[in-house]
Design a protein around this ligand. Sequence first.
Ligand code: C2O
Ligand code: CU
Length: 466
Amino acid sequence: MTFNTGRRAFLKAGAAGLAAAALYRPARAGTKDSSRFALAAGQGEVIFSEEQENPTRVMYYNQSIPGPLIRVPQGSEIVIPFHNGLDEPTTVHWHGLRIANAMDGVADMTQPPVPPGQDFEYRFTPPDAGTYWYHTHMRSWAQMAYGLAGVLIVDEPNPPPVDQDLVFAIDDWRFDRQMQIDEKSFRSMHDWSHGGRLGNFITVNGETEKVFAVASGERIRLRLVNIANSRIMNLLFGEPRMQVVAIDGQPLEPFAPEDGRIRLAPGQRVDLIIDIAGDPGTRRPIEIVVGEYAYEIAFFEFAREPRRETPLQDPVRLPDNPLNRTRLPDEFKRVPLVMQGGAMGGMRAATWQGREMDIRELVQNGKVWAFNGIVGMPEAPLFSVARGTPISLDVDNDNAWPHAMHVHGHHFVHEGSPGIWRDTALFERGEKASLRFVADNPGKWLIHCHMAEHMAAGMLTWFEVT
Ligand code: C2O
Ligand code: CU
């Protein structure tokens, strides 16, 4: 697969792409109608490039790639009447939100799938402010690859003032020569046993060469969201005055990332505050590093007039969320979680649906990954605990691939990063580390790798809080 990006190959978004992206202009925080937001999944066509002959058939929410930006004020209820206009069942999962289990959107676990033509009302009150996202949780290896994902922002009542609040939703598409979603490779065991489905076309907010109009001296908040199936995004921002202010929605002590680099696994978010400065009328690229190369995927374009001569000096720390007040104890219930399988992983056999199978039989069934020797959803939970139990998920990434471990309904602290609360942790190959949290949200929750193909091929389990 050649990587069909880079400035040359990047094609201008056509009219449809731009129309879709227009939904991404930031809305004012706390708009009056934010308590109700109608969402519909459907099939349709969009144009990603002026040069494509036929539009690309996609699945999308509200006819927009990515889905419409949903904003809700922190601590207030939002009602989302959802309509499934697809010709297959689906659900919507609200990634990273610590909400009631019945609203988590996991097909066949927290709700029955929404059949074609039917509706389901999501209703929840997000306790924490920050940058989140939503996506299908059914056949997500296909439905996400077709486009079913969008960004959800929970607004702080008193955010630090910025001149612009911008979303940067980065996606990775695999197109065939006709610029259609490459369906032939959907069940590629090669992809599923390696790094997942990696694409050949990167978009930011549904556009190639996304341009962010800025003015020198502005303070901007940039909300990065990796909505790709499996690609880990290594982004390069040539910004000297850039601070990470939140990770996976949660505020932290601001810090400047080394060399302006951000590594974002599928599902992860990073909020940046940038005091941007540049020569009027110029463009500054944002790049993605793939292998040995860096490709320009978006730009800051500086207005002819600067906003201010000296950048703002006041601090950029976000107000704490209720989660930040969580104190982790010294003692935990320890739960080992060994991640096994994949190409070059040496897994010989594992249990699937209660039966021990050798690797050949597993592969025939499209299963190549396991947690603790078990492939796919086990009947019994990984653990079942009373509400309030401190958990240490002792993860051992015992295979040749990186994985993005996601825990539903909870945030955790990735051992070695005190004070940083995440819902999705990247484990490098061979990495061992504990994810620590208090299991305080009642219900049945998934734990899985957020690389959609790894999950489909076996990397998921669940736990119960009673
Ligand atoms: Cu964003 Cu179960 O996932
Ligand atoms: Cu994985």
